[in-house]
Design a protein around this ligand. Structure first.
Ligand code: EPZ
Length: 417
């Protein structure tokens, strides 16, 4: 099991290219199932979740490989419609294959997805919507058996919560369904817009992404295309956190400013200066970090729940009290105990975490329990005095490509063992 050894206190400097978005690559890889011919996906990060998605595609009979940061997928010879338990368990987002498999083959057999344990992660919104589109779904012994004898049909769907995964599954089920589907209270994340941009370039007819009501007119065929995946805004926020906690000035290349509109004010409140120009972000940090009065995670365009752990890590060294409210997931404070082992002072009451800034964090041995918690522990270790040994790096590798190389290229002292 990989571990990171971080020697804290090093200032960072220089510039780094931000990787392609994991949460855009995964639904787009699922969407290739619906197209004829060879898809070429550029800026596809090499992550264990991407590897899992490619394994699923190959298991279904597609040809699917990645060379460098270019994934090539051809689904013409797809012959399967089930995803084995061991692949479903490897990541939560495997559920997004359901809509695509159902649309392509008229049936699907999947077990309930695994992934980070962020509290109960139901899929009721996914299933309710797919049933409305004509899917018959039974759940037996943890296996979802789905079928559509007359094919999927368009429907008017209102989501009680703007679920990212449910929105993606409905889009994938609707693009080749008979008739029009509208999704009201749809998720507005940039990764969904990227998915729809890919599908529209394949010949789909989707409009309204990013506004909350998405309309999809079903088409008969979709044709493969070349697509460049958007930059990963959460990796961007993580690198900004690493700079802030080490009082460093760095440049992030290939950032989309509008994707970070809810993250920028939090860093500015801490005293950081952010200047965007032509796809680059010049990030400057103050000597002394000011606390953040309140960070409440919300669906996009609100503050992203995936950036909560890295920002909390920074706040442990701010001069004053910061408050975090985690409104999206039930159990997304698992990094708090580990931050406390580094000397942080944090108290959690339900969805609220109150962070009293301390003068110093001190290196210790800690264990990551989920993807973004791992990122938060690395950020804290960079700001701590001494050496920190971080276990559970397999979680980090789900979403960060060669992160020890990226941080070392900025001057950090990080080794992977
Ligand atoms: C996506 O997860 C992302 N994953 C998550 O990123 C991200 O944290 C999350 O969206 C919120 O932005 C991918 O895109 C692969 P949701 P998803 O459906 O689709 C509840 C990371 O670190 N819910 O918007 O699972 C659910 O329990 C990962 O990269 C239902 O109740 O998120 C949760 O509390 C972690 N019923 C909330 O909605 C449902 O049917 C948000 O879930 C579906 C969801």
């Amino acid at each position: 099991m990989s571990r990171f050894i971080v020697s804290g206190g090093e200032r960072l400097f220089g510039e780094v290219e931000v990787q392609g978005a994991k949460n855009s690559a995964l639904p787009i890889l699922a969407a290739t199932i619906l197209t004829k011919g060879e898809n070429v996906l550029h800026n596809c990060s090499r992550l264990s979740d991407v590897t899992t998605a490619l394994k699923i595609l190959r298991y279904l009979g597609c040809s699917a490989n990645i060379t460098g940061n270019t994934a090539i997928v051809n689904a013409d010879n797809m012959c399967g419609s089930d995803i084995p338990n061991h692949l479903m368990r490897e990541m939560r987002s495997s559920i997004v294959f359901l809509g695509a498999i159902l649309s392509r083959t008229g049936k699907a057999y999947l077990s309930f997805p695994g992934g980070c344990e962020l509290g109960p992660r139901p899929i009721d919104l996914h299933l309710k919507a797919l049933k409305k589109m004509g899917a018959k779904i039974t759940e037996r012994h943890g296996i979802l058996e789905c079928s559509t004898d007359k094919g999927l049909k368009g429907a008017k769907i209102t989501l009680s919560f703007p679920s990212v995964g449910a929105t993606e599954n409905i889009i994938l089920a609707a693009v080749r369904a008979k008739g029009t589907t509208t999704i009201t209270n749809a998720a507005r994340e940039p990764e969904i817009t990227d998915l729809c941009d890919y599908l529209n370039s394949c010949g789909a007819d989707i409009y309204g992404t990013g506004e909350g009501v998405i309309v999809i007119d079903g088409v008969d065929e979709l044709y493969s295309t070349q697509h460049t995946i958007i930059p990963d805004r959460i990796v961007g926020a993580t690198l900004m956190s690493a700079a802030a906690v080490t009082h460093s000035d760095i440049c992030l290349k290939g950032i989309i400013q509008s994707h970070l509109n809810s993250v920028v004010p939090v860093f500015e409140e801490m005293g950081c200066q952010l200047e965007f120009s032509k796809g680059d972000l010049f990030f400057k940090s103050p000597k002394v970090l000011k606390p953040v009065s309140l960070v409440r995670t919300m669906p996009y365009p609100g503050f992203p729940t995936d950036a909560q752990a890295p920002l909390m890590a920074v706040s442990t060294l701010c001069e004053g009290t910061s408050v975090f409210v985690e409104s999206i997931f039930e159990n997304r404070f698992k990094h708090v105990d580990e931050l406390t082992r580094l000397g942080a002072s944090i108290s959690v009451q339900g969805k609220v975490a109150v962070v009293q800034g301390v003068k110093h964090l001190y290196g210790a041995s800690v264990e990551a329990q989920d993807l973004r918690g791992a990122a938060g522990l690395i950020v804290a270790a960079l700001g701590a005095e001494g050496t920190t040994d971080i276990g559970g790096i397999k979680y980090l590798e789900r979403g960060y490509e060669d992160f020890e190389v990226v941080l070392s290229s900025l001057g950090a002292n990080v080794k992977k063992i």
